[in-house]
Design a protein around this ligand. Structure first.
Ligand code: GLU
Length: 496
């Protein structure tokens, strides 16, 4: 356990697109540490960037979190003592805080036009110096600035970065980081439309929401010193900051691009949580897989349930180095978690996939099928090909598939006739009863078990590949088996 006190942590996504694995991981780590310490996990929607806002993204996000089992204690939908939890509804709070920074001399109004800023930028590029605000409005007298604001002049609010000295910030994983203040800019805190930028909004919210640990993506590390300056300017305590590693594409070289994301989808994978659900991955497997992308327990243990993770997770074992996405590992974990389900649970999970494929599913029947396919499933969706035939009334198998290997249609028909007679004479079609007899029958007819079972499989299941034949047959039941054998014999007899 890395923290004894109950933590207050937040997951603060911007609803600007689909929910990525990286967001899933950030949410997971926050959730784990909250549950482990008996603290609170807060969901905050950082939806102030109207240009990048994607309708429906927040809903997808919540669905993905719920699907993963990461329930939040406070959030836009459930409310809580520190709401509202959508930044678009907190505009005045940020403005008031920005004004406070202006009053205390930590921020100032800037009236520069975008055209002027662009000119300055171009000149700086030409002079080969890092682009930054040149400080023109920093020098305007406070009363005059206030008058211009009151007169309605268009302005932004900038942070007044000290020109001297340095700042040391502490990242939980990387230790102390010191930067010269000179290297930092007078960042914009509030835009001319009155909306606060992340740098101000998130710091204000984290304080007002009493966040103790900020666990967020490493893309915020470069502006972390600015964030520390802002927090100190308000006179607040800094929460503990943890910047998580980035995700790399499967090759480990570079970040996942749009093209690679599309390729992953073609290969039956995805970097989006919602897609993984549709593809037939279990939330347990996704959680297990994602948890280990940047964290390890002991370099050996691989299998974790959410409950295990709550017990064993620790910030101290987070790895700051980049984590490569490995989809075969996801398949591996999916298999492990599928095999842990009871037949009842597995059937319930598979049912929607069969229904999506157009089958009418009887859950009781599916529960009997579940154990015989459980070992073979990589994804839940594999059940459609493996077990769909159980729910088909008729199936149009290729007549040619009914012909045994190195056999003629007539020989195949005769073999099936013997099978028919054998089964008709049995009291039951239990695996133990049928299988030894079928092997004997194959011997008697001078066929290999593979030859005979191959024909039976196509006749009874309609496909060349199926779950174990006699276990499937037991589920299909004697009357239907006889009916299908008969139809197969007739088909074979009609063949040349
Ligand atoms: N809205 C930010 C993002 O989606 C959140 C960063 C944070 O956790 O503070 O990247």
């Amino acid at each position: 356990m890395s923290t004894l006190h109950p933590v207050r942590v937040r997951f603060a996504p911007s609803p600007t697109g689909r929910t990525h694995l990286g967001s899933g991981r950030t949410a997971l780590y926050n959730y784990l540490i909250a549950r482990q310490t008996g603290g609170q996990f807060i969901l905050r929607s950082e939806d102030t960037d109207q240009k990048r806002y994607v309708p429906g993204a927040e809903e997808e996000l919540m669905n993905s979190l719920r699907w993963l089992g990461l329930n939040w204690d406070e959030g836009p939908d459930v409310g809580g003592p520190h709401g509202p939890y959508r930044q678009s509804q907190r505009k005045e709070i940020y403005q008031e805080h920005a004004r406070r920074l202006v009053e205390t001399g930590h921020a100032y109004y800037c009236f520069c036009t975008p055209e002027r800023l662009e000119r300055v930028r171009q000149e700086q590029i030409k002079a080969k110096i890092n682009a930054h605000y040149d400080g023109t409005c920093r020098r305007i007298d406070a009363d005059e600035a206030a008058r211009r604001v009151a007169a309605g002049e268009r302005h932004v609010i900038r942070f007044k970065m000290p020109h001297e000295g340095s700042i040391t910030v502490h990242d939980y994983l990387r230790g102390d980081i010191t930067v010269e203040n000179r290297a930092l800019d007078d960042y914009v805190l509030v835009k001319s439309d009155g909306l606060a930028l992340y740098h101000l909004a998130a710091m204000v919210d984290d304080h007002l929401m009493e966040i103790s640990h900020v666990i967020r993506g490493v893309e915020w590390l470069p502006t972390f010193p600015l964030h520390a300056h802002i927090i100190r300017a308000f006179g607040w305590e800094l929460p503990t900051f943890v910047h998580l590693s980035i995700f790399l594409k499967p090759s480990g070289k570079g970040k996942m691009s749009k093209r690679e994301a599309a390729q992953a989808m073609k290969d039956g994978y995805s970097i989006f949580i919602g897609d993984l659900q549709d593809l037939g991955y279990l939330p347990e497997a996704v959680v297990n897989w994602v948890a280990l992308m940047g964290w390890s327990f002991d370099d050996r243990t691989e299998f974790f349930t959410l409950a295990d993770l709550i017990e064993k997770f620790s910030l101290d074992r987070l790895n700051p180095s980049p984590a490569a996405i490995n989809f075969s590992k996801l398949d591996h974990f999916n298999g492990l978690h599928i095999r842990r389900l009871t037949p009842d649970e597995l059937a319930v999970r598979i049912k929607p996939f069969l229904e999506r494929a157009g089958y009418q599913v009887d859950l009781e029947l599916l529960t009997r099928i579940a154990p015989i396919i459980q070992e073979r499933l990589v994804t839940l969706d594999d059940a459609v090909d493996m077990a769909g035939f159980f729910f088909r009334d008729t199936f149009g198998c290729q007549p040619a598939d009914l012909v045994g290997q190195n056999m003629t249609p007539a020989e195949s028909a005769r073999a099936l006739q013997r099978v028919y007679e054998l089964i008709a004479g049995l009291d039951d079609v239990k695996l133990e009863t049928v299988e030894p007899r079928m092997r004997l029958l194959a011997d008697e007819m001078g066929l290999s078990a593979g030859q005979l079972f191959g024909i039976i499989r196509v006749a009874v299941t309609g496909q060349k590949v199926s779950p174990p034949l006699f276990q499937s047959a037991e589920i299909i039941g004697k009357p239907l088996i006889l009916e299908r054998l008969k139809a197969a014999i007739e088909t074979l007899e009609k063949m040349e």
